[in-house]
Design a protein around this ligand. Structure first.
Ligand SMILES: [Zn+2]
Ligand SMILES: [Zn+2]
Length: 141
């Protein structure tokens, strides 16, 4: 693991919300779970950060309590998806599309691979995790 942090700057479509943060790695991941696909109409590409971002326009952020363990935040002006937060942790999964810097990141992993519908498939070679593997890694005891 490199300790060299990488700074990204991003915003929602209407630019009411601006986010800036350090990322530990130049990688992005995709989630194929049913909730992400309903939220975005496709797999949700994210970058992971163990710290909350520096945010401008916090008053424009709305948060949906999507499960016992997680919440999903979006811009209430334009609807852009901002991040998925595992409650009671510092783990945030920010929408990769907010940041232009993510265009050349490495596509590292696909999670909830067993929830992916048959109608699409990435040709990228990535790590994969099933729902059971994700739950074993992140679920609270
Ligand atoms: Zn917005
Ligand atoms: Zn998901």
């Amino acid at each position: 693991m490199s300790s060299e942090n990488f700074m990204v700057n991003g915003s929602c479509l209407c630019e009411a919300v601006k986010l800036k943060m350090n990322l530990p790695e130049k990688v992005l991941n995709a989630c194929h779970c049913g909730m992400c696909r309903k939220w975005t109409s496709g797999p949700l590409f994210t970058v992971e950060s163990g710290e909350s971002a520096h945010v401008e326009g916090r008053e424009s952020i709305s948060t949906y309590n999507s499960s016992e363990w997680a919440e999903r935040s979006f811009c209430k002006n334009c609807g852009t998806h901002l991040f998925y937060h595992l409650k009671n942790t510092n783990l945030y999964f920010y929408s990769a599309g907010l940041f232009k810097e993510t265009a050349d990141f490495k596509f590292k992993a696909q999670i909830y691979i067993d929830a992916k519908p048959a109608c699409y498939e990435f040709s990228n070679k990535t790590e994969t995790m099933t729902e059971a593997e994700v739950m074993a890694k992140f679920a609270p005891n």
